[in-house]
Design a binder for this molecule. Structure first.
Ligand SMILES: Cc1cc2nc3c(=O)[nH]c(=O)nc-3n(C[C@H](O)[C@H](O)[C@H](O)COP(=O)(O)OP(=O)(O)OC[C@H]3O[C@@H](n4cnc5c(N)ncnc54)[C@H](O)[C@@H]3O)c2cc1C
Length: 398
């Protein structure tokens, strides 16, 4: 039976960062990565943005390759783990093979939420390189592609496809695109930008069911209408892949529960990234499904597994970029909260504060540089009551 000093389940963004983190403290320990996908870690944000919109960002740039130039790191692909035996310190693969570990990192990420419509070349629940490859093959011929979901993946894919010679219909439940998340003035601008680029927006609707036949996909909407398209891409959110941990008796609370050292109740088992829920220094018990968290937490968990006494003290940000709108945020973006806007007159850049009972819960930076993120974290860490007089001008827009 193969055994590794450090075994990582899930060959994603956390895994790649964790290998680098381990190597900063342990040059020689053996590292094994077990990933169910047919390829190793990739930088996922590029799949819905740069690969479509930045001609200089070519396909070869997505691969993270943590095993490259490291004889003691082994990447096993098409290797789905089905069980953990905590007493024996082994995991079992779908094939029945077992692999032993000294320390185990659960970095299984999240799986896309699905409807009862089977996946195919023309029906994708978008997350992987394969999803990108299928859509890329179809794009560029004026075909009609329906994108379902008005959050990050849906809005980014709709923007990507309309800029790559597709006819795009975007179906989403809100009246105004991104209206449940963005401040009303910004949501209006966001919505109008999609219309200006020719995206057919079908708000206030959900897809109920669908079927595929003769190269066409037919979707039934909850308003009784039908949509016929050449392909459909779903972005309905993700559910953290917690089954392995749950079946092994580890605590789950919206993700695998870890402490500030990213450790579960089993001292040999760690979790990080989209699958984890952790105590954030500023935000409290937190679950992030974003790349800054995957990078930073992945690196920190690698340090900790290799013996560092540090804790995870980073409060992650998240971001999205579509057309000329680029925003970054920390904390909670919920447009039902009270919102204070500190934006320039034409609304091209600004700072938006989300408050609950006078406490700042989230900060959104529109078209501002990343060096303002620490200022946003400082505002969130301030527990005093805030209003316009204390917030306007607090974060510089220069
Ligand atoms: C298209 C796209 C665009 C994104 N854009 C942004 C963005 O603009 N900004 C932002 O902040 N975030 C973005 N994200 C989110 C970001 O990519 C994720 O937060 C990050 O990838 C999480 O890393 P992870 O390692 O936790 O999960 P992943 O990178 O998903 O890796 C988890 C891996 O584990 C594998 N796995 C699961 N179960 C098993 C098992 N039992 N056995 C073996 N392997 C298993 C999965 O197949 C997967 O390969 C985007 C995500 C996607 C999909």
């Amino acid at each position: 039976m193969q055994r590794y000093d450090y075994l990582i389940v899930g060959a994603g963004m956390v895994a790649a960062n964790a290998v680098a983190g381990i190597r900063e403290h342990d040059r020689d320990g053996s590292i094994g990565i077990l990933g169910e996908e047919p390829n190793g870690p990739v930088t996922r944000p590029a799949l819905s943005k740069k690969l479509w919109t930045d001609p200089e960002f070519t396909y070869d740039k997505i691969w993270m390759a943590p095993e490259a130039d490291d004889d003691n790191t082994t990447l096993h692909l098409d290797a789905r783990v089905t069980q953990i035996d905590r007493d024996a310190k082994t995991v079992t693969l779908e094939t029945g093979d077992r692999v032993g570990y000294g320390k185990l990192l659960l970095a299984t990420g999240g799986a896309p939420v699905r409807l009862d419509i089977p996946e195919s070349e023309r029906v994708r629940y978008f997350r992987t390189v394969a999803d990108y490859d299928y859509l890329r093959e179809l794009a560029g011929h004026g075909l009609h592609i329906v994108v379902v979901g008005g959050s990050y993946i849906g809005t980014e894919l709709a923007a990507a496809l309309i800029q790559n010679d597709c006819r795009v219909t975007l179906v989403y439940p809100e009246a105004v695109l991104a209206g449940s998340m963005l401040p009303p003035s910004l949501a209006d601008r966001f919505h109008q930008t999609y219309l200006d680029h020719g995206v057919n927006l079908l708000g206030g609707r959900k897809v109920k069911s669908g079927s595929e036949s003769h190269g066409k996909v037919t979707l039934e909407l909850d308003d009784g209408n039908q949509l016929v398209a050449d392909a459909v891409a779903f972005g309905l959110g993700v559910a953290p892949c917690i089954e392995l941990a749950e079946n092994a008796g580890l605590e789950i609370d919206g993700g695998i529960v870890v402490d500030e050292r990213l450790t579960t109740a089993d001292a040999a088992i760690f979790a990080a990234g989209d699958v984890a829920t952790y105590p954030d220094r500023i935000l409290g018990r937190w679950h992030a499904e974003h790349v800054d968290n995957a990078n930073q937490m992945g690196s920190t968990v690698g340090h900790i597994m290799a013996g560092s006494d540090e804790t995870y003290d980073h409060t992650p940000y998240f971001y999205s970029t579509v057309f000329d709108i680029a925003w970054k945020a920390v904390g909670t973006l919920d447009s039902h909260l009270d919102i204070i806007e500190d934006a320039d007159a034409d609304g091209d850049s600004g700072v938006y504060y989300y408050l609950e009972a006078g406490r700042v819960k989230g900060v959104l930076l529109l078209n501002l540089d990343a060096d303002k993120l620490d200022d946003a974290r400082a505002v969130l860490a301030d527990t005093s009551t805030q209003d316009e007089t204390t917030l306007i001008g607090r974060i510089s827009r220069d």
